[in-house]
Ligand binder design. Structure first.
Ligand SMILES: C=C1C[C@]23C[C@@]1(O)CC[C@H]2[C@@]12CC[C@H](O)[C@@](C)(C(=O)O1)[C@H]2[C@@H]3C(=O)O
Ligand SMILES: O=C(O)CCC(=O)C(=O)O
Ligand SMILES: [Fe+2]
Length: 351
């Protein structure tokens, strides 16, 4: 019997079944954010998939291309140069290790903190041109996050329309930008053609929304809410993908659900490059279902499905978990809170 060993560099990285060429899922909703009925389409897509594609947006191609070129340049620099911006704890350059709790993936990345509208001093920028490109890109992503969250509010009948958007764009909001580079792994594909390294293991994003852009190399997969099957997302460098995060799930009392996603490194020759903006609220922000979504439901008032917490509480707990953990589980209410009963009256009921 021949036992095939993984190449040493892959020893701690789990393998996934390589997607077949026909595995692309064609059912991912596309939304034109400027089109008629956009708010309803956004809510429907978020309810059904927790994920959708933004087409015909107003982000200039130059803004995306500039940051992509800066990212390519940075990832092509010598390892010692990149390590000078490491070890992603919490911000900076990271290689294979994701987070602090033992997760590994076949990627390298830059994780950057954003203060209000620009790169934070907590994230050293490898160059001033990368800093400029990040600031320009983040400006465009904040605009798109605002539009998406205003549409979620509008589609759900929440007012003011900016109630959700201001959580991610206010001065104290907690935003991140992540540049991920997944190099190809030809040796692995030669050894085990049906298996591919995990690029980024399955997880949900903790924030309200994430906005993802990638080059034309496939790899992103999402788990369908309906049945949990993993499907491959056809890449589209002209579009953006919106991912519902855990916090938006709680704010909508589970009406919108965060989506599990992961990356598989299946292309034998081409790198995947992705850029993801994460829109999180201020640390002190209370994360609890919006009042309008706890309205009266027939005779019974709808109860929150979650214990109350702040984004700071959630982040602290989340960053102690492994990627694949269900980070919301500890915050699920086990018992509905006591319902205020009408006062018992000693007088007979009136006719
Ligand atoms: C394993 C981890 C990496 C992560 C922090 C965590 O402990 C659990 C959540 C992970 C995640 C997923 C979405 C984003 O990529 C990220 C930056 C985030 O906010 O939560 C990562 C965290 C990370 O890479 O540090
Ligand atoms: O790189 C990708 O395409 C997805 C990465 C991701 O999900 C993340 O960084 O949270
Ligand atoms: Fe993610």
């Amino acid at each position: 019997m021949v036992v095939l060993a993984k190449p040493p560099a892959l020893e701690h990285i789990s393998l996934l079944r390589s997607p077949e060429p026909g595995d692309y899922f064609e059912g991912i909703p596309s939304v034109d954010l400027a089109g008629p009925g956009a708010a309803r389409a956004v809510v429907q897509a978020c309810e059904r998939f927790g994920f959708f594609k933004v087409v015909t947006h107003s982000v200039p191609a130059g803004v995306v291309d500039r940051l992509e070129a800066e990212a390519v340049r940075f990832f092509a620099s010598p390892r010692a140069v990149k390590d000078a911006y490491g070890h992603a704890s919490p911000f900076g350059y990271g290689n294979k290790r994701i987070g602090r709790n033992g997760d590994m993936g076949w990627l390298e990345y830059l994780l950057l903190a954003i203060d209000h509208a620009s790169l934070s001093k907590a994230s050293p920028a490898p160059s001033s041109s990368l800093r400029d490109a990040v600031n320009e890109y983040v400006g465009a992503m904040r605009g798109m996050a605002t539009t998406v969250l205003e549409m979620v509010a509008e589609g759900l009948g929440v007012s003011p329309r900016g109630a959700l958007a201001e959580m991610v764009t206010g001065a104290a909001s907690d935003q991140l930008l992540r540049l991920n580079h997944y190099p190809p792994c030809p040796l692995m594909h030669d050894l085990m053609p049906n298996c591919s390294p995990t690029g980024f293991g399955e997880h949900t994003d903790p924030q309200l929304v994430s906005i993802l852009h990638s080059n034309s190399t496939a790899g992103l997969q999402v788990a369908l809410h309906d049945g949990g099957h993993w499907v491959s997302v056809p890449p589209d460098p002209t579009a953006f993908f919106v991912i519902v995060g855990d916090s938006l799930q709680v704010l909508t009392n589970g009406r919108l659900r965060s989506v599990k996603h992961r990356v598989v490194v299946a292309n034998r020759l081409k790198s995947r490059l992705s850029m993801i903006y994460f829109g999180g609220p201020p640390v002190e922000q209370r994360i609890a279902p919006l009042r309008e979504l706890l309205g009266r439901d027939g005779e019974h008032s709808e109860q929150s499905m979650y214990e109350e917490f702040t984004w700071g509480d959630y982040k602290k707990a989340a960053y102690r978990t492994r990627l694949a953990d269900n980070r919301l589980a500890p915050f699920h209410r086990r018992q509905p809170p006591p319902v205020a009963m009408p006062q018992a009256s000693s007088s007979p009921p009136s006719p």
